[in-house]
Design a protein around this ligand. Sequence first.
Ligand code: GDP
Length: 298
Amino acid sequence: MFANLSDRLTASFKQLRGRGRLSEADIDATVSEIRRALLDADVALPVVRSFTANVRERAKSAEVSGALNPAQQIIKIVNAELVEILGGQARDLHMAKQPPTVVMLAGLQGAGKTTLAGKLGLWLREQGHTPLLVASDLQRPNAVTQLQVVGEQAGVAVWAPEPGNGVGDPVAVARSGVQHARDKLYSVVVVDTAGRLGIDAEMMQQAADIRDAVQPDETLFVLDAMIGQDAVTTANAFAEGVGFSGVVLTKLDGDARGGAALSVRGVTGKPVLFASVGEKLSDFERFHADRMASRILD
Ligand code: GDP
């Protein structure tokens, strides 16, 4: 995903090789190159601005350290800034004091919500929880069956619309699913919701209605890392229309330019909790800013 950005950053550091110390001119030239590389990787402009300002500031006030040459000094600073914009230390999923914990998934159609529900179900089960997946995406044909299939693969129960469970009404399905989890002592409920291909008022309203009905402990905004610059508008629209407490980045295994992944924390102020890195249920991990930063600077 970050191949081009990695190459560009590495090339800009190489230019500092052979320098005895970091001069102002070197810092300016390197920061300009970093700025161009980030913009070309589709990182959102405000994030690029604060990133480069911080790198410049840190580089100028960096103590001259005998142990590091100028290139190493800059790499260390850029690494620290990357970890910062990616969100620093990952936080855990918030668990409700009184189970079940309700986790709602929101995002555009195709972002990877249904797949994520299966992944999260498997991950939660492995953590010793008893999850229930709730099929409240009644928009996309097959979404319910797809959730049942991933639920089966993950060994996790699925609550689907049936007479009495709110056929045709996603809010009723969500409500009855959470009630079922309460009755049967499931510890975590993952509510899959409908997305549309683009931002859509009706979809937002439906997600907001589900949110109001189930009062989630976590609302996770699911963002396809391949969508580039649209990520910022999409994230802002969901922040306004539904609100969310955390982000899951999907398709990080893809070969897009990666700007969405680097921008989302800075733009929304919300932490990235998980990363989806493939189509298999096991292609899923907690999001680690430091690991991603090292991958970029590798
Ligand atoms: P939804 O509409 O948000 O529920 O999205 P889906 O879960 O149906 O996912 C849309 C497509 O993206 C499916 O073909 C998934 O297999 C695929 N997908 C989901 N997550 C990932 C991922 O992390 N990497 C890759 N390569 N594909 C993914």
